[in-house]
Design a protein around this ligand. Structure first.
Ligand code: CP
Length: 306
């Protein structure tokens, strides 16, 4: 069922219903128990990254190796023929002949969708501008279910750059399949755009509140998902300077949280989480990277196995 539905790949969190999410979470949980599995032997994954990445690219590549397959690709558009003027569509029509699945990160918002229109192999969206990053959101849900528990009933804060942060868009969309209370916390100028809020409210009937100050609700949260202010997306760097340090989560904040509270972050972080709390059991952003590998193993296995 999942394999059939996502045979063209994973482009948007909007394509997932609750059953799809629960299925892939179960597959991710199974992957936690097995380090290596030889199920993609002879398959080739292409990773095309037109923007910087540490976790997403390396975890996909590591996942592919751990499943017995091979990887080709590039880490920057500067070393591909795009630099010579080739279109993204032509790049995809070429790379599909060399691979069984393509992972793409590109600054253009509709890049993954466009790639999927031209590809005969599955396309995985590893970040499309400031729009979406659906596999990050899937790994975030795996982290929450493993470290906190069932999603239904949780109070979840999503904080930081909600305007430009692609991970928060995909996460909010996936969460709209569950009975959760969501708090969108950001400065006024970095509020989630109306197109996302309208979708979540009118089409998904999601319960959410918007606020600027997180300290007032720290004691009700089960999860706080922090994000970096996305400097690279600001047209006006003065605006970035005004908001860049607006939230810095500290040891003092941690003391005001519930006993089972967990702090997540897709990483990379800049200044928004004080390193003094890295050792706390409540700070699970590095565990999140471990779950990322497991989720990506599960995704590749589903999309590529015969
Ligand atoms: N979370 C995430 O997308 O990290 P990278 O930018 O390092 O891939």
């Amino acid at each position: 069922m999942f394999q059939e539905k996502f045979r063209e790949g994973i482009v948007s969190a909007r394509d997932f219903n609750r059953e799809d999410i629960e299925y892939i979470l179960k597959k991710g949980q199974e992957m936690i128990k097995v380090k290596n599995l030889d199920i993609l032997k002879g398959k080739i994954l292409a990773t095309l990254f037109f923007e910087p990445s540490t976790r997403t690219r390396l975890s996909f590549e590591s996942a592919m190796h751990r499943l017995g397959g091979s990887v080709i690709g590039f880490q920057s558009g500067d070393v591909s023929s795009i630099k010579k003027g080739e279109s993204l569509a032509d790049t995809i029509r070429t790379v599909e002949n060399y691979s069984d699945c393509i992972v793409i990160r590109h600054p253009m918002e509709g890049s993954a969708k466009l790639a999927s229109r031209f590809a005969k192999v599955p396309i995985i969206n590893a970040g499309s501008g400031s729009k979406e990053h659906p596999t990050q959101a899937l790994l975030d849900l795996l982290t929450i279910t493993e470290e906190v528990g069932e999603l239904d009933g949780l109070n979840i804060g999503i904080m930081g750059d909600l305007k430009y942060g692609r991970t928060v868009h995909s996460l909010a969309i996936l969460l709209s399949n569950f009975d959760v209370n969501v708090y969108f916390i950001s400065p006024e100028e970095l509020r989630m755009r109306n197109r996302y809020k309208d979708y979540l409210y009118h089409e998904r009937r999601m319960k959410f509140k918007e606020l600027s100050e997180y300290r007032k609700i720290l004691d009700v949260l089960d999860v706080l998902y922090m994000t970096r202010i996305q400097k690279e997306r600001f047209a006006d760097l003065e605006e970035y300077e005004r908001v860049k340090d607006i939230y810095v989560f500290t040891q003092k904040d941690l003391k005001n949280t519930k006993e089972n509270f967990k702090l997540l972050h897709p990483l990379p972080r800049v200044n928004e989480i004080s390193p003094e709390i890295d050792k706390s059991e409540k700070a699970i952003y590095f565990k999140q990277t471990h779950y990322g590998l497991q989720m990506r193993k599960a995704i590749l296995a589903e999309l590529m196995r015969d």
